[in-house]
Structures are given as C-alpha cells and as structure tokens.
Design a protein around this ligand. Structure first.
Ligand SMILES: C[S@@+](CC[C@H](N)C(=O)[O-])C[C@H]1O[C@@H](n2cnc3c(N)ncnc32)[C@H](O)[C@@H]1O
Length: 277
C-alpha cells in the first residue's frame, strides 16, 4: 500500500504504517527506551519514520523493523530512536531552576565541597552548558558536569558546542561576551561555547531505562522534560535509580510540566519541580 507519490514520472512511495507495524514500534520503543507511544501517535510515528524507511529502500515498515532489530541494523536502530525522540531545549530554560541553582552554589556549605551535577537528558547541550556557565559565574571552586543522552547524534552536536546565533536570543550580552566565541567568514551566523565552559563537561551516552553506572554520586541531577514520555512504572524506576545516584541531601530537578505524583520515591518536595534526598 502506498501513501505518497511524487509527481512527474519517478514514483517514490512512503510505505503506509499498518496497525501491526505501529504495535511493533510501540513495543520496541517501550522496551528499549521507555517511551509510552499510546494509540493516537500513529501519525507522528509515520511522519517521523516514513522518509527514513523509504531512504533505506524498504517497501514496508515491517521490512524496516526486521532490519533495525537485527544485528546488521543496530546503527539504524539508534537512528530510529533519534527520529522518535524530541530534542527541544534552550539555554537557561525554566529560569526558576537556575535561580535555585544560584542559591545552592552560593551557599557557604556548597562552597566547602566538590559540586557534581548530572544533566541526565542533555539533548544538544544547552542545559549542561548553562549549568557550567552558572557554576563559573558563582565562582564555586570545584565543580564538574556530566551530561548524558540516549541519542548519539544529539550528543555529537552537544559536544561540538556550536550553535546558530539565534539560539542565544535569551542570553544577556554580558553572558554572550563572556562565554561564546562568534564565528567569522564561513562560520558567520554561528557561535561556539568557549573552551573554559566546554572543558567542564563530560558528555556520555546513557539510556535512563537501562542499567548504567557512574564513578561518583551527584550534588544535583537535572532530569528535565524526558520523563513526560515515560509511563508511571517507568518513571518510578527511573526516579528511584536517579535518587540512588544522589548524595545524601542532593537535589533532583525535573521539568516544570512533570510531577512525581503517584509514584513511590525517597525524595522530599522542596519547591515546584525540585526534590531533595
Ligand atoms: C526534550 S529533550 C530535554 C532536554 C533538556 N533536558 C531540557 O529540558 O531542555 C529530551 C531528551 O531526552 C532524550 N531521551 C529520550 N529518551 C531517553 C532515554 N531513555 N534515556 C536518556 N535520554 C533520553 C532525548 O534524546 C532528548 O534529547
């Protein structure tokens, strides 16, 4: 069955997504990266994956799914995850969290010990770079940021620290001047985060719904705007594992549109979207 045809002679068809294909994608997404793709997301799935199925030369979604679940298709499986996940982010997103961070960084007890912050679904890097800038501004003597995401494509972008200038629109000119280098010539219209900020961050690949490990516990974990895609049992597992990686007294920061209502966890509510171990 064909759902799109290109005019003028050459016919390039995007295969239709059948209910059986959608169910297979739903199961895969849930088992492998915790995504809760309930019914109603068929159009989104077809729109995001359709072109890729065609580009790889598969006439049906089921052929494509056989491929991505085989060992030969592991790279294309990673790409499927990229296509299904949403990477929207921005510098200093949800400013109340950065005000909370500033208070934390400037409190006398914080300044006496190393500060370790994990940005646990860091997307293209704006969140961990904002965290590093806030730490540098606070003058906290000893800090390190770990930034992780499931998507290898987005991590590559994050590591490069290169953005188009319009991404800086919400950042004060003082911050832009202190923390970004502007591109010239071929790089006109782009900027790059300065090395002193980039070198404060270790980027790694971590799938929050699978087993992972760190070499340290954290003073703060920022896990924002990803749990919204998980169902309650998955959220409960993810939050409890995150809590186990917090130091006693450490903070978990989640997105303002997320909540820990209805799940069991060992954390104390501090303020909207902030919890303490
Ligand atoms: C909307 S972005 C959030 C970025 C940032 N935390 C913020 O709030 O601006 C969600 C990110 O979660 C990542 N993600 C989705 N499922 C994941 C999983 N199972 N493990 C780790 N990261 C995941 C996506 O790749 C995406 O980059």
């Amino acid at each position: 069955m064909l759902s799109a045809v290109e005019p003028v002679g050459r016919t390039i068809a995007i295969p239709a997504l059948t209910p059986g294909d959608f169910q297979r994608i739903q199961q895969l997404a849930y088992q492998k990266f915790g995504f809760d793709l309930r019914g109603g997301k068929e159009d989104m799935v077809a729109a995001r994956l359709g072109n890729r199925v065609r580009e790889l030369g598969f006439g049906t979604f089921s052929g494509y799914l056989d491929h991505v679940t085989s060992s030969a298709g592991s790279q294309d499986f990673v790409e499927m995850v990229d296509l299904l996940t949403t990477n929207f982010t921005s510098f200093f997103r949800e400013i109340a969290h950065f005000q909370f961070l500033e208070k934390f960084l400037t409190s006398p007890s914080t300044r006496q010990k190393p500060v370790r912050i994990w940005s646990a679904a860091c997307s293209s890097g704006e969140e961990p770079y904002s965290l590093a800038m806030a730490c540098l501004e606070s003058g906290v003597p000893n800090f390190r940021i770990v930034a992780t995401d499931i998507s290898s494509r987005i991590l590559q972008k994050a590591r490069s620290g290169t953005y188009s200038l319009d991404r800086l629109s919400g950042i004060s000119s003082e911050r832009q001047h202190r923390f970004f280098l502007r591109g010239h010539g071929k790089s006109e219209g782009f900027c790059r985060v300065k090395p002193e900020v980039r070198s404060a961050i270790d980027f790694q690949s971590v799938n929050l719904v699978q087993t992972y490990s760190h070499s340290t516990h954290f003073s703060m974990i920022w896990c924002r705007n990803v749990m919204i895609y998980f169902d309650k049992p998955t959220q409960e597992r993810v939050v409890n594992t995150l809590a186990s990686w917090l130091e006693p007294g450490g903070y978990l920061v989640i997105g303002h549109s997320e909540a820990l209502n209805g799940i069991q966890h060992p954390l104390r509510y501090v303020q909207p979207a902030v919890y303490q171990k």
